[in-house]
Design a protein around this ligand. Structure first.
Ligand code: HEM
Length: 449
């Protein structure tokens, strides 16, 4: 290190554990509190490792876009390599860039239009499954729906029928993975404690199903279609050595798309139903919108631009409950951040949750106001005050897919049903790799009159 590291100020902490207690107990609340007390920049520690929380749009842009190569992913995603291998979420540097270029092929606008009928078909089935008056865990339904959509888009298979274990294995992985992120948890990786057993089981199950599908496809190319797998199998590294992906690389990329592409959208949709149940006047307006635009038909890709309020509701749910809520990065060299010098190896973290609730950028941030996402309002606020899909070289590959799926499903549900929350306390979230409703999303279903 040439100069002495100078870190932003932060709270009083344990000399040995730093803020580990808060990290384990309620990290979102702790981060919100720190940002209120310290403003744009604040340092806390996990053990001896400093973590600098950054909550200033220009600095967020600097980290995610301009200087993204000066960081690698934080510990959480590095530990996720057990499932994701060297897939897009976890790979770094030039290899990531090579893979990113190949993986973009199934995500063009033209391909998106091709995937919309899948979204429409499964949305219709999810709508038809509901009955008037029942109480339903809409998170569970949305998880199943988004998993089926991604399964069909990725492999052309209906996972509910062809590979029912995939859903349970993903749930098992997501439930137990948070333990793997706790500092020192490496010690448990080879000891048969419950977390190790569950994670090993889920990974084995998922790998065997997905590798099995890839191998079958190799043996029988006639089954190829316009799904992600077919497109990725033929993708070549055009700017490099012209090679294609190995089976292991295909597995890793498909796994990244599965993991990135189902729970996030399912969470966002279930928060939409909850928020609308608390705001009947907005629910009425969205009902009017879907009735006028769709005239009783199911939503198509052409309807998307006209479903403006549906888009704004989805956007506001992503602001208030960002599925990806915390993105820690590790500095690979000493790094100048404003007036501070962050030492190599320190963590620099941005948090959608913190920035999306900052009074400087959002009037009454606790309020549900979909209109904040009108084109004019979005232009008027600082660009990086809202970044649910991140930005820069690593921004969400599936962003367009998520918008199309979110709006298609929301519109299809609003055509037929209303949701009512009957609890007397607000629904809380649990923050792990993603931010999701703590005990599911139990809502009363009522048919629209
Ligand atoms: C509302 C839904 C979604 C949200 C909020 C979301 C958010 C994000 C964010 C914030 C990142 C950056 C993570 C980081 O750099 O640490 C990301 C990356 C990614 N997302 Fe999404 N995502 C969503 C849906 C999807 C869907 C539907 C897919 C696939 C079909 C997908 C695939 C990916 C992949 C593969 C990456 C890694 C990109 C890279 O590093 O090059 N996501 N997503």
């Amino acid at each position: 290190m040439s100069k002495r590291a100078v870190l932003p100020p932060g709270p009083k902490e344990s000399p040995v554990f730093g803020s580990l207690k808060h990290y384990l107990n309620d990290l979102p609340y702790y981060l919100l509190r720190l940002s209120r007390e310290y403003g744009n920049l604040c340092t806390f520690h996990l053990g001896k490792t400093p973590v600098v929380l950054v909550n200033e749009p220009d600095l967020i842009e600097q980290i995610l876009v301009k200087d993204s190569r000066k960081f690698i992913k934080g510990r959480g995603l590095q530990r996720a390599k057990v499932l994701l291998g060297e897939g897009l979420f976890t790979s770094e540097g030039d290899f990531h860039l090579r893979q990113r270029k190949m993986c973009q092929k199934p995500f063009t606008k033209r391909c998106m239009v091709g995937y919309q009928p899948i979204m429409q078909e499964y949305a219709k089935e999810a709508v038809e499954k509901l009955t008037d008056g029942e109480e339903r865990d809409m998170l569970k339904d949305m998880m199943q729906l988004t998993l089926r959509v991604i399964g069909k888009a990725a492999f052309g298979l209906d996972l509910a029928e062809d590979a029912p274990t995939v859903g349970t294995a993903f749930t098992e992985f997501l439930e137990w993975f948070p333990i793997r992120v706790v500092p020192g948890s490496e010690l448990l990786d080879h000891i048969p404690v419950p977390s190790t057993k569950h994670i090993d089981h889920a990974v084995k199950e998922l790998n065997s199903v997905i590798l099995g599908i890839i191998q079958k496809r190799r043996e029988n190319p006639a089954t190829e279609g316009g799904d992600f797998l077919s497109i990725l199998m033929h993708a070549v590294d055009e700017e490099g050595d012209g090679s294609k992906m190995t089976d292991e690389q295909l597995r890793a990329e498909i796994m990244s798309m599965f993991l990135g592409g189902h729970e996030t959208t399912a969470n966002a949709l279930s928060w939409c139903y909850y928020l609308l149940s608390l705001h009947p006047h907005i629910r009425e307006r969205v009902q009017q919108e879907v009735d006028t635009v769709l005239e009783g038909r199911l939503p198509t890709a052409e309807d998307y631009p006209k479903l403006e309020l549906c888009q704004q509701i989805f956007a506001e749910a992503l602001r208030m409950y960002p599925p990806v809520w915390f993105m820690p990065r590790e500095a690979v060299e000493d790094y100048q951040l404003g007036e501070y010098l962050i030492p190599k190896g320190a963590t620099v973290a941005v948090s959608q949750l913190v920035t999306h609730y900052d009074h400087r950028f959002w009037q009454e941030p606790m309020a549900f106001w979909p209109e904040r996402h009108s084109k004019e309002a979005a232009h008027a606020r600082p660009k990086f005050s809202y970044f649910p899909f991140s930005a820069g070289e690593r921004f969400c590959l599936g962003e367009k897919f998520a918008w199309l799926e979110g709006v298609t499903v929301l519109a299809a549900m609003m055509q037929k049903w209303e949701f009512h929350y009957e609890g007397n306390r607000p629904i809380n979230y649990v923050a792990s790799l993603t931010l999701r409703p703590k005990h599911g999303m139990h809502l009363r279903v009522r048919a629209r009159k």
